[in-house]
Write a protein that binds this ligand. Sequence first.
Ligand SMILES: Nc1ncnc2c1ncn2[C@@H]1O[C@H](COP(=O)(O)OP(=O)(O)OP(=O)(O)O)[C@@H](O)[C@H]1O
Ligand SMILES: [Mg+2]
Length: 234
Amino acid sequence: MSTALQATGVTLRYGAVTAVSDVDISVAPGILHGVIGPNGAGKSSFMDALSGRRKLSAGTVKLGGQDITRRSVTWRRRNGMARSFQKTSVFGAMTVRTQLDMVARKTGEDDLDGIVDALSLRPYLDEVCSSIAYGHQRRVDIAMALLGRPTVVLLDEPGAGLSVEESAQMFDHIRALCTDRDVAVVLVEHDVEGVFRVCDEITVLNLGAVLASGTPAEVRAHPDVIEAYLGSEA
Ligand SMILES: Nc1ncnc2c1ncn2[C@@H]1O[C@H](COP(=O)(O)OP(=O)(O)OP(=O)(O)O)[C@@H](O)[C@H]1O
Ligand SMILES: [Mg+2]
């Protein structure tokens, strides 16, 4: 099976703190890969390492087989790796339409309408980004990450701050977009049940290291995961 994203031995230290320790991940096109773990497990640090926001202390990141470990965030965005941000990124006085058009032109997107509909954004196209509800802003942010047909999309807590219902819809949108656009998605989320519901594969981080990795069924049944993380809910 071809691999869109492959990272090996990813290690990230902040001074004396090892936030990410020797983590491997491999994600094929069309696969939704969830990353879960307790607070401070290293999930955001891992995403920062994959996205190029922070330099690895050790390890390799490959995009479509090409070593991109030392490439900048900008280079990655131009060459197929996009990410969303937990804080809504670019929201000023522009309408949703103008904002999306601008990024679509810059990235050479050929199906903006498809993305708009897949994220249920059509009713808000003529509203000013900063004035629409937070949940809609989150979906604009996801739309922007998807423009230009990236092969890999990194999403750090796209459901943060959303209601239970909005969060469930967000997961459904991401699931559909992942499959329809054949993009490899890495999804970090606190909503563990949501991750188990929509993801094809899951990696569980604990203290910066991989505790378990596999299909949702495999991970749910993993003794270490049950003990350390899922507790009596499992
Ligand atoms: N800039 C930083 N400088 C020093 N230590 C940091 C920094 N950012 C994170 N850490 C530490 O690295 C570890 C991993 O943090 P990280 O934010 O990656 O975890 P997380 O899994 O995303 O947590 P959360 O679920 O709270 O979002 C924690 O011990 C944290 O305190
Ligand atoms: Mg985090």
